[in-house]
Design a protein. Sequence first.
Length: 335
Amino acid sequence: MLRTAIAGSLPKPVWLAEPDKLWPQWRASGTALDDAKRDATLLWIKAQEDAGLSTIGDGEQSRQHFVHGFVERVGGIDFEHKVEIGIRNERYKAMVPQVVGPLSMDGRVHAREAQLLRAHTRRQTKFTLPGPMTIVDTVADRHYGDRVKLAFAFAELLNREAKALQADGIDIVQFDEPAFNVYMAEAADWGVAALERAAQGLTCKTAVHICYGYGIEANNKWKHTLGDEWRQYEQVFPALARSRIDQVSLECMHSRVPLELIGLLAGKDVMVGVIDVASDAVETADEVAETIGRALQFVAHDKLIACTNCGMAPMARGIAEAKLSALARGAAQVA
Ligand code: ZN
């Protein structure tokens, strides 16, 4: 059987947070919010199992945003006075916290949801953390004055949490690095090294997710500027192939990525994006199987993991559920 997994995030139920937003407001606070996060996580574990996925995640139900969910727990950061900056090379504006002193971290970030996930599925589990370079691109630095130094400071803290996730029984720790597709030369130069620092010493599987972003308008416009062939992965894949990261993702469904770029990842597991997160049209199992078939020309069956192109956070819940089902049914056709 082909392995199947989600990239990371899933939509939050309307009783947990505002729908259709990248930085949604929570509906409750205190213990009521803790309970709501727990309920939503359990619900999505069940939905992923019911769909038939082989690897299960927490759907990132406990974090407001995939980067700030981690950064919120880091000392040396001022979350009270956020500032607006252009992120991903000015592709869109975001309100971000400021780094105002040396980074530090007491205790855990994701213990509760990781342990909940481990306790409620017998299948393989994957847990996501933001990658160091993408974090650096999603905060305003007023202290370090050097993106590389700041990335390695974050990498050290990520490494601590990643090791704790492994101790919780998580099978795959994945770092999300959409910034690798934006700053390709820097990604190859120091981004992969910072990523390896974050994954240092882990004995569980490690993964990196690199994508063309959520299905928001700014990303859809950006993709129209990228030409007929999207070759961003070409610059960073060789550095990742030399790294100790086990699994690497790429977008395939409705993307213009030349699939022969998979050949640059020899020896790695490849998470092949076969579900478009920028469209509400639900793929058929045949379409999923066809996309997997094209990727299988460049990667062996036992190295391919059928996956979503990116996270599904800003999507309607019913559509996300239907897409999970299409993912599993399409993969089953190939097996
Ligand atoms: Zn993504």
